[in-house]
Design a protein around this ligand. Structure first.
Ligand code: RFL
Ligand code: PHB
Length: 402
């Protein structure tokens, strides 16, 4: 067995792990990342597309924001389509000047991978049987297998950035963990295509045939989603069937302007709300999807991951530079304040926009009435806008009020 030593062992090279690694590197703190799959596989997962300002700021702080600022698209509004009519939410007006950025998770991950490689930092891809040990002591360590050999990393801190199916949360003692979960009775079928987006801004659609979303990655690449039953198989959805169904959920303007083309990728994602409490187990800390999942309706998953990483990074720097554990002690509480608010918004927005199999016609009427109220009320527009662009970071400091 080989034994190496680092300060922070990071499990998972998704956006959370890579961003934490980059920030720690900038602060002169040594970290090693281990990842179960290959770098190409990580980049092949088509996921988030919308960054909040806190996420943009963090990427700048990590020194990887240049391409994002060049290629990302600033969006100051979203459109909501229901009862066959579109309504615009002016995000900037109703959030006191904020906006979001369209920049794919794939691109952001690519930027972080390149920066890590350029700095000569270690990421070990395609590891097997990762295990976390002795995190209830001050001498935790990680083991993994690579090319048939077992390796051990001794460290001070383990950062569990290994997503929803990772090993870190699963290794926390069952008596010390509480998990909250809601699984939704439908999924999102996503399609990526090199076609110009149907609209300059995203369109969130509540239609009698189910939810749909018109999103984008650039002026020439579109990302569309359809609510589908969980029993649907992606192989059964031809591109033609997808485009036809999307047209049926759009309005006439959308049908006229939609440009269709071959799919680059199609996949079905289940929808789930999930929170783990706490996020700290001795010297092991969960960040990003390892600790919580939101349904994608509010575009919050990646942004929440980024704020966890910021809080964890701040705490680790404080630990090494000031020899203080106060930040590590507060990590879970700080994160959970923000997480629960984003969970609430994502759940609320999901139930407002989707057709649930057991709901009768009256629920569709309630949804229309609520949307109509929200979109014709300054308070309603502000509620949507300030949540969508992301609540301020210091909201978390009011967690004790919850
Ligand atoms: P990830 O991206 O899942 O990365 C975790 C990494 O850990 C690795 N891993 C292991 N490595 C070593 N040993 C083990 N035992 C391991 N087990 C797992 C995995 O291989 C993986 O590489 O989690 P991370 O880094 O926390 O990032 C979270 C985000 O990926 C996620 O929250 C977002 O994609 C969610 N999301 C969205 N978020 C937004 O903020 N805005 C959006 O517009 C948005 N759209 C979306 C989304 C997620 C979606 N899906 C498919 C769930 C749209 C969709 C459709
Ligand atoms: C995306 O572009 O993938 C996307 C955008 C907004 C969402 C969810 C996903 O709410």
């Amino acid at each position: 067995m080989t034994i190496t030593r680092t300060q922070v062992a990071i499990i998972g090279a998704g956006p959370s792990g890579l961003l934490l690694g980059q920030l720690l590197h900038k602060a002169g703190i040594d970290a090693v990342i281990v990842e179960r799959v290959s770098g190409e596989y990580v980049l092949g997962r088509i996921r988030a597309g919308i960054l909040e300002q806190v996420c943009i700021d963090l990427l700048d702080e990590a020194g990887v924001g240049a391409r994002m600022h060049k290629q990302g698209l600033i969006h100051e509004g979203i459109e909501m389509l229901f009862d066959g009519r579109r309504h615009r939410v002016d995000l900037t007006k109703y959030s006191d000047g904020k906006h979001v950025m369209v920049y794919g998770q794939t691109e952001l991950t690519h930027d972080l991978m390149n920066a890590r490689q350029a700095a000569g930092l270690t990421t070990i891809y395609e590891v097997k049987n990762t295990a976390v040990h002795d995190f209830d002591s001050v001498k935790p360590y990680v083991t993994y297998e690579k090319d048939g050999l077992t390796h051990r990393i001794d460290c001070d801190i383990i950062a569990g950035c290994d997503g929803f199916h990772g090993v870190c949360r699963a290794s926390a003692p069952r008596t010390a963990i509480k998990e909250y979960e809601k699984v939704y009775p439908f999924g999102w079928l996503g399609l990526l295509s090199d076609t110009p987006p149907v609209n300059d801004e995203l369109i969130y659609i509540n239609s009698e045939r189910g939810f749909a979303l018109c999103s984008q990655r650039s002026k020439t690449r579109s990302r569309y989603y359809l609510q589908v039953p969980l029993t649907d198989k992606v192989e059964e959805w031809t591109d033609d069937a997808f485009w036809q169904e999307l047209k049926l959920r759009l309005d006439q303007q959308g049908r006229d302007e939609l440009v269709t083309g071959p799919s680059l990728e199609k996949s079905i994602a289940p929808l789930r709300s999930f929170v783990t409490e706490p996020l700290r187990f001795g010297r092991m800390f969960l960040a990003g999807d390892a600790g919580h999942i939101v349904p994608p309706t509010g575009a919050k998953g990646l942004n929440l991951a980024a704020t966890d990483v910021k809080y964890l990074y701040d705490a680790i720097v404080e630990y090494y530079q000031d020899k203080s554990e106060a930040g590590l002690d507060n990590y879970s509480t700080r994160c959970l304040g923000r997480i629960w608010r984003a969970e609430r918004f994502s759940w609320w927005f999901t139930q407002l926009m989707h057709r649930f199999p057991d709901d009768g016609a009256i629920i569709a009427k309630f949804q229309s009435a609520e949307l109509s109220y929200l979109l014709h009320s300054e308070a309603g527009l502000r509620t949507i806008a300030e949540n969508y662009v992301g609540l301020p970071l210091d909201f978390a400091d009011t967690a004790e009020l919850m």
